[in-house]
Design a protein around this ligand. Sequence first.
Ligand code: ADP
Ligand code: ZN
Ligand code: ZN
Length: 658
Amino acid sequence: MYADVAVCLPLSRTFVYRLNEPVHAGCRVLVPFRRREVEGFVVGLRKDPPSGIAIHDVQKVLDSEPLIRPDVFELCQWISDYYLAPPGEVLKSALPPGISAKHVEKHVAGIAGTVCDRTNAPSLTADQARVLNLIEQSNGFHAILLHGVTGSGKTEVYLRAVESFLARGKTALVLVPEIGLTPQLTERFAERFPGRTAVLHSSLTKRRRIDDWLRIYHGEAPVVIGTRSAVFAPLRNLGLIVVDEEHETSYKQEEMPRYHARDTAVMRAKFGGAVAVLGSATPSMESFRNAEGKKYTYTAISNRVEDRPLPDVEIVNMREEYSAAGKQVVFSRRLIEAVALRLERGEQTMLLLNRRGYAAFLLCRHCGFTFQCTSCSVAMTFHRSIDKLVCHYCGEAKRPPSRCPDCNSEYIYYVGEGTERLEAELRQIFQEARIGRIDRDTMRHIRDYERVLGGFRKGEIDILVGTQMIAKGHDFPRVTLVGVIGADGPLSLPDFRAAERTFQLLTQVAGRSGRGDSPGEVVIQAYVPDHYTFQLACTHRFEDFYAHESRYRKAMFYPPFASLAGITVLDRDPARAATLARDVGKFLDSVKTPAVRILGPAPAPVERIKSVHRHQLLIKSSSRTVLHRMLKQLQQHLEDNKVGATRVIVDVDPVSLM
Ligand code: ADP
Ligand code: ZN
Ligand code: ZN
């Protein structure tokens, strides 16, 4: 017998090896490959070898039974084809690192927990009951887009739906964007389904990951909560997949294999005849479009639980603040007043600024010199606590100079505030206030989040400052004020989704306000307050935003009205990077059809990261099939010319264009 083996290397094709013992498809094997021994997956079996090439023996069979379930195996093949991802790498990412056949054999069955503990479950509102009913009525594959405003009780719907599927002997998978940011949600599931919930995410220890994976594999944990790679969870009889905050960009894996966990989840539901529920207060343009086109069933909850009002949102024009103060200020008078009122009333405030550090960059006022990272084409951010300039792309850090290295002037200014500066200024203005901060500098571990978020929940913190990390699905009933600083910063990014991201962020962060009995308020500080994104986010008008944004996307031929692929060419040598990018462009031109438009090649917005030069091309197509065919041709062309998949990166449905 012979086996087609997908080796765990960045290669798109499979290789044939001779088998000296029987093996099932899906099992892992060790095979000789280019004078090395590599791991691979058996993806097919055949009686006759292809003629005319030397065939090597499989060195060792690693699994007696495949650890990859047949439906996950099918899913991996879909990913490999759709995203042009190396099949061996996709299959490898479907298993926890370090798992062996021994682990599976040695696993001691745990005790199954209670089916469902409803002690803390509220009775459903009419809206919640209607949505639950829609989910339960589904027969076979069904994709539902649940558009529920923040605080509308979506999580409770998920919990009930899971319960309902468990009662039918099915299992359920709940995907969340980031576990650390949503400990509450995980807790709610673990409480409701005690002893039957497994949590899968990458910051667990290797051993924990393997143990939880085994509990799922052996059917002891029919409820799985996890981040994007949990889409591969070895659940049998999967009946329901929930994708919470489906619009979140962290569902897209930004390294090989580059799959989108939300779209992959829908495919898994499709292959397994399950229900997929995509939930969000701010659906992605893509999912909303799919609902419009009737690919997904659209259902909405437009009111918060107990008819709590959505918060009042106010925009402060920072140009006026500048004129009034005669200088750049961090906080508007309006925001300071609002924070003071919260402190007086014993209520809580959240302040969001999507930039960590103290100052965005250092600028010489005399000659205009800015301090760039030596390995990346970005400005370095000043961090006061460590008194260093830090590159947020590669981590390089150095002492800030007291004089300009170019002109020796001492007029060096700190420009553009970050969360560290926000905290420092707040401490000066409100000396009595208890202030906490959440960003990647203060949060090194999940425990750090739990400590600060726990303190905030208990009321030990009055003001919580943070990056977008604080915008996520938290539920703090005593927060009545949310402030957004520098709200228009992201709008200037060279990304066609900038407005969508800003709208989502503002709506999500506003959703943190007024979730308890007191109504909430939101203050947004911006320099271009008239931008439609602000006007529509302010009045919670998602449909109007969608319509406005759709016109722009249609006109510019961008998703969801075109299929998109990004190609990034990498090389340490700038000239070689440019040449290779030109070659790729020429090849694409030679195979393109009228359904396709190609942008570039051009230097990427961040032209250099860690000393590697980056050039980019974007392919837009009205036909997904044509786009896919072109990409396959390109892949073949590159392999024929021995250009590795690490030098030309193909990203299907990219979410980041930086
Ligand atoms: P979402 O996920 O849509 O933001 P949640 O499910 O977190 O909303 O619900 C918001 C708040 O309302 C939570 O504190 C939750 O416990 C509460 N809640 C949810 N459903 C109900 C209900 N039917 N009756 C009373 N309170 C509810
Ligand atoms: Zn200078
Ligand atoms: Zn750098």
